[in-house]
Design a protein around this ligand. Structure first.
Ligand SMILES: [Fe+2]
Length: 274
């Protein structure tokens, strides 16, 4: 059964331009890609769960295309609220599902990988206006999800906006608006083993519609864990990460791994063991 890698929220900009005026995200994304390739050569596919670019610039997608081309396994992308679909499609057209999506206005697609189905959803409303950073699947895509799950066996879903509230109020304000309708479909089919997301730039795991949904950190900056009114909300430089999802007949086991390995492995059982 497959081993899936996930990276998210690369937030790339053209060369020489800082993201959010403080971070050069490209070297961070490159380190994440190289860490996955060298440490986990047995991965079967890579899921990229949105915010590939930060401001939707064509140059940023060209950089993403060059980076993602380093992988020798299928790379499946979905857009996030910082992406624009037209330049994303143009630069990443050779990736599976991008050229001929089942719903023309969406970058949604489904794939078989061995015994499992990977369903990649488009929650972006295609606007870089921060007041429109919320997500929406929309009725045509919800109908397609329903139809796709009806014909699928065990399924993993990739999407940018998580379909649950995180407790970080500022992120929940830009959450998925039609999560209840999505939950009804997922619960009714009962074949979704895991939903993997981005958007929140942290590790967050939740029960959702009879399955488990999770968010992982981004490859560059993170979002502060502002779970109460006194906590400051904003970007942080907490450690970049990726995920590995081990899929088997029994379900999915997910690991979040840090890009920085902390200087390598120190073996147990040294002179001063204890
Ligand atoms: Fe993001």
């Amino acid at each position: 059964m497959p081993l899936l890698a996930q990276i998210t929220d690369l937030h790339l900009r053209p060369p020489g331009v800082l993201t959010q005026r403080f971070i050069d995200t490209f070297p961070y994304a490159e380190r994440a890609v190289r860490a996955l390739m060298t440490r986990h050569p047995d991965i079967d596919a890579v899921l990229v769960t949105g915010d590939i670019a930060d401001q939707g610039e064509p140059d940023a997608y060209d950089r993403a295309a060059a980076l993602l081309a380093l992988f020798s396994v299928p790379v499946l992308v979905v857009p996030g609220n910082h992406d624009l679909k037209a330049p994303l499609r143009e630069a990443l057209v050779s990736l599976p599902g991008v050229a001929h999506p089942p719903i023309p206005s969406r970058v949604a697609h489904a794939h078989r990988l061995g015994e499992i189905t990977l369903v990649c959803l488009d929650t972006s409303i295609d606007s870089l206006n921060p007041s429109e950073f919320y997500g929406s699947l929309g009725a045509p895509q919800l109908a397609w999800i329903d139809e796709t799950l009806a014909g699928a066996g065990p399924t993993v879903i990739a999407m940018h906006h998580p379909p649950f509230e995180t407790g970080i109020a500022q992120m929940d304000k830009i959450g998925l608006t039609d999560a209840p309708a999505f939950a009804e479909i997922v619960r009714r089919h009962g074949n979704v083993m895991r939903i993997v997301c981005g958007h929140v730039h942290r590790t967050v795991v939740a029960s959702f519609a009879g399955t488990t949904a999770m968010v992982i950190p981004g490859t560059a900056h993170q979002v502060s864990m502002a779970l109460n009114d006194r906590a400051e909300f904003g970007a942080t430089l907490e450690p970049p990460a990726y995920a590995l999802h081990r899929v088997s007949a029994d379900g999915v086991v997910s690991h979040v791994g840090y890009v920085d390995d902390g200087g390598g492995v120190h073996r147990f059982g040294g002179d001063d063991d204890g």
